[in-house]
Every structure is written in C-alpha cells, then in structure tokens.
Design a protein around this ligand. Structure first.
Ligand SMILES: Cc1cc2nc3c(=O)[nH]c(=O)nc-3n(C[C@H](O)[C@H](O)[C@H](O)COP(=O)(O)OP(=O)(O)OC[C@H]3O[C@@H](n4cnc5c(N)ncnc54)[C@H](O)[C@@H]3O)c2cc1C
Length: 377
C-alpha cells in the first residue's frame, strides 16, 4: 500500500493514476476539504495529455477555458511575441486550458474513490524501517504503509525530514493574484496575455464566461503583508502606466479575492527518494511560476511514477522515476528562474524587448516542444 501525503494537484493526480493502474494507495490531506481559495492556473498540453490518459480531459476542459493564443507584450500592449497555439493543437490535440485551481481540484477529487481519501489528516513525521513506513499524524494517530509518497507541496514535511538541508529560494519578486467577473473585450476570450513593464509584470486570462484571472508581479522584500485598506490604491498606483484593462481589472476585483504570495522555488536537490519514501511535485522540485509549469510537472510525475510502479520491471521504482524525470524538471526550474529575472529587468528592459521581438520562431518552437512533449522518446 502506498500512502500519498497531500491532496493538491500532484497528490490527487497520482491517486487517479494509481486507481487506473490498480496500484493500492490511500491519500491523506491535512485540510478538512478542498481549499476554495486560489486563482487561475494554466494547464499546458503536457498536463492535458495526462488528463486525457486518465479519461477526465473533457471534465477539465469544461471547467476551464481554452487559451489558443499567448501574447507577451509591453505594459502598453505593444506585442513582443504572439504565438497562436495552432501548432500545439496540431501536434498534441489541444492548446492550453486556464482553470480556477479550486475547480481543477474539485474535478480531480470527484474522480477519486472517496473511501481512499482521509481529509483533516496532517502528517507530522514518519519512521522508515526495512519492512515499511510508520506515519505519525498531527491528531496523534499512526498508520503503517509499505511506501510513502510526499506530495505535500513546497513546504513538504516529508522533504524536511528526508532532506533537512534542502533550501527554499526567494526570487526577489512577489505576486498578487485576483479573480473578478469584470467583462473583458471579446479579443481576450481565448488569449493569455503577459505584459512586461520595468521591473513589474501583469498577466490576464479568462477562466470561464464570467470569471477572469489576473496576476501582478513586482520586486519586493520577502514576507511583507498587505494593508487591505490601501492595497487596491497601492496596486493601481504601481500599475498606472499599464494599459487601461489592467487598472480596470484591479479596480473591479473584490479585495478579499486578491491573494499575495512571494515567488519562491526549491533549490534543486540531488535526490528525491530513499527505498520507501519518494517526493513528488512541488515537494521535490517546486519551480517559480514564470513558465506556468509547476502543476504540469507534478501531473507528469504522477503519470511516470504510476507507470513505472505498474510495469514492475525494476526493484527501485523511485530511483527509476527520478532518472526519467530529473533532467526535464530541473531544466524547467532553471529556465523559469532565469525568465523571472529577464522579465523584471529595469535598466535593460528596452534591449530585452528588442531581443524578444526578434526571437527566431524555430527557437520558440524548440522550447515549446521540450516543455509540452510528455514522453521522452
Ligand atoms: C502564483 C503561482 C502561479 C502558478 N501558476 C501555475 C500555472 O499556471 N500552471 C502550472 O502548471 N503551475 C502553476 N503554479 C504552480 C502550481 O501551483 C504548483 O506547482 C502545484 O500546485 C504543485 O502541486 P503539488 O500537488 O505538488 O503541491 P500543492 O498544490 O501545494 O499541494 C500540496 C497539498 O499537500 C497538503 N499538505 C501539506 N502539508 C501536509 C501534511 N503535513 N499532511 C497532509 N497534507 C499536507 C496541502 O494542504 C496541499 O493540499 C503556480 C504557482 C504559483 C505560486
């Protein structure tokens, strides 16, 4: 029996993949229920491919909105790169889906057998022995599993016990995210836009007929919190040089629907596992959100790990799993880290914009296929 810790995107997808391949498991989540707080995320074709394999692609698509065009632009909406996603559609069968995180988790959780999830069950620690793993929970109960999968996010309790020296890195940037029912112009319906200013960024994507998600990124010291009384005014001031749609979106978002998170990642660690314990998703390789791939990589993890376990061709499935996933994941962590730095250039922003405007299509396509392709062959 595999114990999976964490019913986030990675843990729930792993549960579904294990169910499909008849791998016995139980999922433990510390929250009492699905966390309804959150904003929009993008699911790129590599993530959608896994959901197609799991037979839930239509449910995911129906709960979100397809993004068929991705534009990077300046703060006043001058296009830097504009990629219609036709090529991705042709190659992979679909483009990208923008979806509210809570809606995605609902779809996933609704497809997991409810008897296989325990909510309100936070892991405190574990003890690994030759025979199995004893799990100790915050409510003072214990249970025994054969194997433990830590899908408990960037602040993973499993990782902190397994690799206490692992380090979270702060990117120097903080991110506000909001969801609003403000009506966007038609042109934005199936288009994701990211605008780059001087040391700030703003992104927009529609999630459904009446919901639009936005994010705003700026340089900041870590761990700062907002004064709710002045937050909107502060954001409107910070983004006043952006196109009107930006200030309209901020002005029309309920203050309680604006979240703030510092942008952090996990400094790549050399190993994700022992014989009986393995990290998955953000717990093992959290990335900054600049490429919109953290969740997709957790979803890919679920696909590969379940297949490796089910085919039973190795004594060390966790070792094999890391071997298959390590290169792609770390490349994304590193590229995403650099993208964040480039997007926030102050002094060099004009040169950056010129370089981006003239990027060869072949290079953009190569990068796209590296990220979107699911199987390594
Ligand atoms: C601003 C921002 C934007 C993003 N945009 C995108 C995007 O567009 N596309 C994309 O693919 N990714 C995106 N990501 C990344 C994505 O959100 C994460 O990579 C993804 O959520 C990782 O999934 P996970 O299951 O590994 O971890 P999480 O989603 O963090 O889930 C971990 C789960 O474990 C539970 N848990 C924690 N500790 C315990 C414990 N001790 N016991 C039991 N349960 C526990 C938590 O409650 C949670 O439910 C974004 C991230 C941020 C911050």
């Amino acid at each position: 029996m595999y114990a999976i810790i964490g019913a986030g995107i990675g843990g729930l997808t792993t549960a579904l993949a294990f169910e499909k391949l008849n791998i016995p498991y139980h999922l433990y989540e510390k929250a009492e229920d699905i966390n309804a707080i959150g904003a929009g995320i993008w699911l790129a074709p590599n993530a959608l491919k896994v959901y197609e394999w799991l037979g839930i692609l239509d449910q995911v698509k129906n709960a979100g909105n397809s993004i068929d065009r991705i534009t990077i632009a300046t703060a006043d909406l001058q296009t830097l790169t504009d990629s219609k996603q036709d090529e991705a559609k042709e190659e992979y069968g679909y483009s990208t889906v923008a979806i509210h995180r809570a809606e995605l988790q609902k779809v996933l959780a609704n497809n997991v057998a409810s008897s296989n999830i325990s909510w309100g069950k936070g892991l405190k620690s574990y003890t690994e022995t030759k025979e199995g793993v004893e799990l100790q929970f915050l409510d003072a109960t214990t249970t025994i599993a054969n194997y433990l999968i830590g899908a408990d996010g960037i602040n993973s309790v499993v990782r902190k016990q397994l690799f206490p020296k692992s380090k979270i890195r702060y990117s120097g940037q903080t991110c506000w995210r909001g969801v609003t029912n403000f009506k966007l112009p038609e042109d934005y319906n199936h288009r994701g836009i990211e605008m780059w200013g001087k040391q700030t960024r703003f992104g927009i994507s529609k999630l459904s007929a009446d919901k639009t998600s936005w994010f705003a990124v700026a340089k900041s010291k870590p761990f700062l919190t907002d004064n709710k009384e002045t937050l909107k005014e502060d954001l409107l001031k910070e983004y006043k040089k952006y196109a009107n749609v930006v200030t309209d979106l901020i002005a029309n978002t309920n203050i309680d629907a604006i979240l703030r998170n510092d942008i952090i990642d996990l400094k790549p660690i050399k190993k994700w596992h022992t014989n009986r314990v393995c990290l998955l998703g953000d717990a093992g390789h959290a990335t900054t959100p600049n490429m919109g791939q953290g969740g997709a990589q957790a979803i890919e993890d679920a696909y590969f790990l379940s297949k490796i376990i089910a085919t039973n061709t190795t004594d060390s499935p966790f070792k094999e799993f890391q071997k298959v996933r390590y290169k792609k994941v770390n490349s994304i962590v590193n590229q995403s880290w650099i993208t964040g730095k480039v997007a926030h250039l102050g002094f060099g922003s004009k040169i950056r914009n010129m370089v981006f405007k003239n990027l060869p299509k072949s290079l953009i396509d190569k990068k796209m296929h590296f990220v979107y392709r699911l199987d390594n062959e």
